[in-house]
Design a protein around this ligand. Structure first.
Ligand SMILES: Nc1ncnc2c1ncn2[C@@H]1O[C@H](COP(=O)(O)OP(=O)(O)OP(=O)(O)O)[C@@H](O)[C@H]1O
Ligand SMILES: [Mg+2]
Length: 197
């Protein structure tokens, strides 16, 4: 793997690996505390490999397009993507009010904060009402706890590439809206049960 990528900002040099998912690894960037860069996992498992080859070749570009098209009412919940190419995305590094990197709901070990869960609920209701099928946003790794002040915490989604049926091409039943709704609700309910403190 190359240790840098040429971007609109110029050459970005990878620093520390700060996370890894099934599809992508996430790195901090030398000299920039406010962004991170995600690159396609060089060694994905077999299923992801097939997905990357046939269904999700452009997932980074798609996530960028998704960000640009998000409805105003819910845009604040999504971590901005600044730039994308086929093999990487440049995104914001979520930082809390005191300048420390925000944590995922999982690493934060859940959240005991009324406003936070009200916002999660608002996002869920909005997605259902408008039939926007963002899978895997109600997930402890992909949802971060962004602390705007000591008491004001809001959910921030750092991974929103999984939209609709093509996110799960092997689950044929997801062609039906009713089934998509069921899946989204299940993910939301699981998140609340697991992380609401
Ligand atoms: N903007 C960010 N700031 C800090 N950490 C991040 C950021 N984006 C991603 N991470 C970390 O890197 C991990 C992998 O990123 P991401 O979820 O985008 O990868 P993925 O492979 O697409 O995910 P999945 O396994 O859910 O399909 C995240 O779970 C998180 O821990
Ligand atoms: Mg993820």
């Amino acid at each position: 793997m190359s240790k840098f990528q040429m971007t609109k900002r110029g050459k970005l040099i990878f620093d520390q690996k700060i996370g890894g998912g099934y599809f992508r690894d996430c790195y901090s960037v030398k000299g920039y505390a406010d962004i991170c860069i995600k690159i396609i996992n060089p060694k994905p498992g077999l299923i992801r490999k097939i997905q990357l080859k046939y269904f999700r070749k452009k997932l980074n570009l798609e996530e960028y397009e998704t960000y640009k098209r998000l409805p105003d009412e819910i845009k604040r919940f999504f971590n901005p993507v600044h730039e994308a190419r086929e093999n990487f995305v440049v995104t914001s590094m979520p930082l809390d009010y005191d300048g420390t990197p925000s944590l995922s709901l999982k690493k934060h070990d859940g959240a005991a904060n009324e406003k936070f869960w009200k916002e999660v609920d608002f996002l869920f209701q909005f997605l259902i009402e408008h039939e926007i099928w963002f899978f895997d946003v109600f997930n402890g790794n992909n949802m971060f706890v962004l602390k705007k002040s000591k008491d004001e915490w809001v959910p921030l989604i750092i991974d929103y590439k999984q939209i609709g049926w093509k996110a799960f091409p092997f689950q044929i039943h997801l062609i039906l809206n009713l089934q998509k709704k069921k899946k989204l609700r299940r993910q939301y309910e699981r998140l609340v049960m697991k992380y609401k403190k």
